[in-house]
Design a protein around this ligand. Structure first.
Ligand code: GLY
Length: 260
């Protein structure tokens, strides 16, 4: 299995990014770029073939490419991000994805951020958040359900995206912050809760059999490793100030799929 990872450069205007739950604070742009390159190298070390898209001074949030598409085995769905300023991020991402998958898209009045879509086998848990609306979820259902997926809406509270609150870290295991999403939705899954002292620690990126994870959360990392999972830690101090996490900075999927 060849994994593809699509990333996008950090914008020189990162400091003008969207902020929902964080106060603005100074960002060291050079360090953010270095940290993002280290993240990309980690993806390559974990076996991903990297496609690196250019950033743009007009797109402060463009490094957070996860929000721009939902890539399934059968189709890549371009989103319509909930933050209007982020909608011009989609064309460049679409141009790359259409070489790898048939394309579909979320249309007005729907809004959907990829950070709200947790792909868990044939179930798509979708956050009802400040970025993703009911119409966006319904459109996703109309695109994905004929392909055999079940769409399960999930209300999120006090965080930006569903994947701020819960991510998949192994075949049947989720990492969760139960204060931000109802854990009862994930019946049948093994759940690892974040350490109480690390409320923001639920965002982890599964890459093959490993987990790419922010170095800021050692106590939760110990909980993950105690389950026998391999964790590779990266420092994301600067992108965290822009309300980004490890899942936000890439689109990862199996590369070899027949075009429809
Ligand atoms: N700054 C990340 C976002 O709000 O989309």
């Amino acid at each position: 299995m060849t994994l593809v990872a699509i990333t996008r450069e950090v914008s020189p205007s990162l400091e003008r990014c969207e902020l929902t739950h964080r106060e603005q604070e100074p960002i060291d742009l050079a360090l953010a770029m270095d940290q993002h390159r280290a993240y990309e190298r980690a993806l390559e070390a974990l076996g991903c073939r990297l496609f690196r898209l250019p950033g743009s001074p007009d797109l402060p949030d463009c490094v957070f490419i996860e929000d721009i598409a939902v890539v399934l085995d059968e189709v890549a769905i371009l989103t319509r991000p909930g933050a209007a300023a982020r909608r011009p991020e989609t064309p460049v991402v679409g141009a790359t994805l259409e070489t790898l998958r048939p394309l579909a898209e979320i249309r007005e009045p729907g809004t959907l951020d990829g950070g709200d879509v947790l792909v868990a086998g044939r179930t798509l848990f979708v956050g009802l958040s400040t970025r993703t609306n009911g119409e966006g979820i319904e459109q996703l259902g109309r695109l994905a359900e004929p392909l055999g997926y079940r769409v399960q809406p999930a209300e999120v509270d006090a965080c930006l995206h569903l994947k701020s609150a819960v991510t998949r870290i192994a075949e049947r295991t989720l990492l969760i912050q139960p204060k931000w999403v109802d854990a009862a939705l994930f019946e049948g899954w093994q759940l690892i809760k974040v350490a109480p002292s690390e409320p923001h620690a639920a965002n982890a990126l599964r890459v093959g059999h490993a987990v790419l994870y922010a170095s800021a959360y050692p106590r939760t990392r110990a909980r993950i490793e105690a389950r026998g999972l391999r964790v590779l830690a990266v420092d994301q101090s600067e992108l965290a100030k822009a309300e980004g996490g490890v899942t936000c900075c890439s689109l990862i999927f199996e590369g070899q799929r027949r075009r429809g």
